[in-house]
Design a protein around this ligand. Sequence first.
Ligand SMILES: *Cc1c(COP(=O)(O)O)cnc(C)c1O
Length: 239
Amino acid sequence: MTDRKAEIAANLAKVEERIASACAAAGRKREEVTLIVVTKTYPADDVRLLSELGVRHVAENRDQDAAPKAAACTDLPLTWHFVGQLQTNKVRSVVGYADVVQSVDRPKLVSALSAAAVRADRELDCLIQVALDADEGGRGERGGVAPDGIEELAGLVADAPGLRIGGLMTVAPLAGPFADRQQAAFERLVEFSTLLRAAHPAANMVSAGMSSDLEQAVAAGATHVRVGTAVLGVRPRLR
Ligand SMILES: *Cc1c(COP(=O)(O)O)cnc(C)c1O
């Protein structure tokens, strides 16, 4: 095994242990939580190593980096998640490799994704990104729709050809009433998920938790955690 593969394997084992103990502490089955490794800023070679080590879900947040990386990994049995702020002029490219777009946060994006998915003859799972700290009718600084916009967006996705409504995603707010209260934030997201599933029963994905707060996410009921640093190492700044 190369040094890098051994390093990633050791990190993966630690993250796996953290997820397993968080599940045990919450009385949840380990299979209820899916690990998504966020590979942004890391090369396609690392994606390949992850795949060899059994990882099945990876995530990227910038199309410029993600598109060539995904193109270099088409032989791998991976599900690609797009988790970054998405401009409509990048949608066609993203739909070429992404299986799940977790950052749907405005109607214009829904129509662009739908048109691109139909054109590419693909079915795309979409999560609504929720900005728990955004004002009513607004959006978050790092993307996401305010909670009062979830229902409308979910309805648009559900009705859009080529798209499926998969659930909700959030990033724990750094400011506002949920600052430093990750578990409360994630519990709120799970409440919104329960409301969403009343109208869209299949939309059962709850994507929450990163390297620093995956335990809180698992405790709150997340079905997907998105972990970068803890698996691949600290990213270079300024990306
Ligand atoms: C980078 C990123 C992550 C992973 O963050 P880490 O702290 O490196 O685990 C998760 N979600 C989103 C949306 C990200 O952009």
